[in-house]
Design a protein around this ligand. Structure first.
Ligand SMILES: [Ca+2]
Ligand SMILES: [Ca+2]
Length: 335
């Protein structure tokens, strides 16, 4: 195992949160299980046949590569902010293919299984190989994705400053029925980056395998929910696999689960940004201080409870989600 610290260049108006990557040797003979599957019950959705069929997810990141576990998952690849004009997919950073992989990796005999392996992907390369870009290009890429059928936009990136342009774009996208999911940032107690702190974003923090908030996970009132995001295994830029840590990692985990939820044929009531935000928040397992807090937000997402709420098998409101606290805190999935 080799560990690399990957710092984004301090250029542009928006950039990747810094992250570390541990590359691993994968077995050619079996599919590995990222620990998120032992932590939250995504398999409840997958086993019921809800794997994101019909959903189109735009990934605003550093691009992707032709990876053996991601064959036929991309329906569009575009580069923004560079005059490249090149059509071959690329990601020399690795962050983008990692995010693409944790959602899209095929359920087969090698690598990993992505959280929404039936969805299709618009890969919008808005960040350079050095991990930086411009918010103006982020807006262009989101608008382009919206015009090309995106149902979800996931953005594992952030800026220090508020941007009026981005705020207006998020309103435009979510008003059009697209779900916008964004990383809280890796600044810990220094607070959330933007657009993670935009009130319209569904904003994701990161927990580790013991369900403790990651030390880097940005703290603030705008955190909506948390998801696994420490030393999590996904696809890597060398065609192999690597364990990465960051709220960047937790964000596509959630985007994939949202795709599965949106793909439930009976689901008419939980499709829009507000509806999905409410669903994820009200069905989350509370952690930290009781109720919403600045570390865990509403808590750890609970895909099985969200699914059952959509299907009407249970009807978790904010009130009864909180009332079931002692159950929720000790809730451990065995799959
Ligand atoms: Ca696989
Ligand atoms: Ca809490």
């Amino acid at each position: 195992m080799a560990t690399h610290k990957i710092k984004s260049e301090r250029k542009g108006s928006v950039r990747l949160p810094d992250f570390t990557a541990k590359t691993i040797e994968a077995s050619a003979l079996s599919q590995m299980t990222p620990w998120l599957y032992n932590s939250i019950n995504v398999d409840a959705l997958h086993n019921a046949g809800y794997t994101g069929e019909g959903q189109v997810i735009a990934v605003l990141d550093t691009g992707t590569i032709e990876h053996p576990d991601l064959v036929d998952t991309v329906i569009g690849y575009k580069e923004f902010g560079t005059p490249s004009g090149q059509s071959a997919m690329k990601d020399r950073n690795g962050h983008g293919v990692w995010c693409h992989g944790i959602m899209a990796a095929q359920n087969n005999t090698h690598g990993i299984k992505g959280t929404t392996h039936s969805s299709k992907f618009l890969i919008q390369k808005v960040l350079s190989d050095g991990g930086y870009g411009s918010l103006r290009e982020v807006v262009k890429a989101g608008d382009d994705a919206a015009a090309n059928g995106a149902t979800i936009i996931t953005a594992s990136l952030g800026a220090m400053k508020y941007s009026k342009l981005v705020a207006a774009a998020i309103k435009r996208w979510t008003d059009a029925g697209i779900v916008f999911i964004c990383a809280a940032g890796n600044e810990g107690r220094n607070g959330l980056s933007y657009p993670g702190r935009d009130p319209r974003s569904i904003t994701i923090g990161a927990i580790d395998q013991t369900h403790k908030i990651a030390g880097f996970s940005s703290v603030g009132k705008e955190v909506d929910v948390v998801a696994p995001g420490v030393e999590l295994l996904s696809c890597w830029k060398d065609g192999g696999y690597a364990k990465l840590s960051g709220t960047s990692m937790a964000t596509p985990v959630v985007a994939g689960i949202v795709a599965c939820i949106k793909s439930i044929p009976e689901n008419k009531d939980f499709q829009t940004q507000k509806q999905i935000e409410r669903l994820l928040s009200n069905t989350a397992d509370d952690y930290g201080t009781t109720g919403h807090d600045h570390y865990y937000g509403h808590g750890l997402i609970n895909p099985e409870r969200a699914m059952n709420t959509v299907l009407g098998v249970n009807t978790f409101t904010k009130e009864n989600a909180l009332a079931s606290l002692s159950y929720a805190v000790n809730y451990v999935q065995t799959t």
